[in-house]
Design a protein around this ligand. Structure first.
Ligand SMILES: Nc1ncnc2c1ncn2[C@@H]1O[C@H](COP(=O)(O)OP(=O)(O)OP(=O)(O)O)[C@@H](O)[C@H]1O
Ligand SMILES: [Mg+2]
Length: 241
């Protein structure tokens, strides 16, 4: 079943067409990967979906409803959560506090918010750091905290924007395991990532964009061997013969 559907999505910034007639859909329970060169329009696609920017043209459907002009806060309440490419925790507050801010999007009860936050922290192996100030976390833990805050809202669809950027190889492996675990627990995930081995391992389906346009889509194996993708983005070394 389709949970997110973009129909001919266009986003202009002044004279710049950042997203140019993009059609794509995310299937429930699957991981969709979005890749493409720097400046291709990937984060802009997420910002349109999450209600940060109104689309210039086209339609966005989430869970069967058109959400073109719904505000981010309300989308989050409806079950659409996202992380930001630049992580912005409340640095002087504890890890637990930061995650509870997510819980409060969908509950008013402190005990529910706290229990949910603790459960999410356990899933992300952050429970032992719950009382540390967010500003004192390593980059890898900050990226996990960002996911934890999104998960604490109990989303139906999770948008992850480069949650592995800046991580060491072993930390990338751990993050891949965490995201696979989320998918196995039934979460639907739409992920932007430049680290190819991670996106290839995780995605059920990949959409490739270049100058805001879809240039390819398919299984990881299919897109990795697509000449257009190799030329525009991957370079020869990723090509699968
Ligand atoms: N708020 C904005 N105002 C004006 N131009 C913008 C804005 N946000 C993005 N752009 C431009 O839109 C284009 C797409 O940017 P976007 O951030 O979506 O790319 P991206 O694919 O996420 O790139 P990266 O891989 O580097 O994160 C770029 O040319 C960028 O400069
Ligand atoms: Mg981006």
């Amino acid at each position: 079943m389709t949970i997110l559907d973009l129909k001919r999505l266009v986003k202009d910034f002044g004279g710049l067409r950042a997203v140019d007639g993009l059609n794509l859909s995310v299937q429930e329970g699957k991981i969709l990967g979005l890749i493409g060169p720097n400046g291709a329009g990937k984060s802009t696609v997420f910002n349109c979906i999450a209600g940060v920017y109104p689309p210039t043209e086209g339609e966005i459907y989430f869970d069967g409803t058109k959400i073109n002009n719904v505000k981010p806060w309300n989308l989050c309440k409806q079950g659409l959560a996202r992380t930001f490419q630049i992580v912005k925790p409340f640095s002087s507050k504890t890890v637990l506090y930061n995650v509870m801010v997510g819980s409060y999007v969908t509950t008013d009860k402190r005990s529910v918010a706290e229990d949910r936050a603790l459960a999410v922290l356990e899933t992300l192996s952050l429970l032992d750091k719950k009382d540390i100030k967010a500003g004192n976390l390593t980059i890898a833990d900050r990226k996990r905290l960002e996911i934890a805050r999104a998960l604490a809202t109990e989303p139906k669809l999770l948008l992850l924007d480069e949650v592995m950027a800046g991580l060491r190889p072993t930390e990338v492996d751990e993050m891949v395991k965490i995201i696979m675990g989320l998918r196995d627990s039934g979460m639907t995930i739409f992920i932007i990532e430049h680290i190819m081995r991670a996106i290839m391992a995780l995605s059920d389906w990949i959409v490739v964009i270049h100058f805001g346009r879809k240039i390819s889509e398919g299984t990881p194996k299919d897109v990795a061997s697509d000449e257009k993708v190799i030329k525009a983005y991957l370079g020869e070394e990723y090509g699968v013969s």
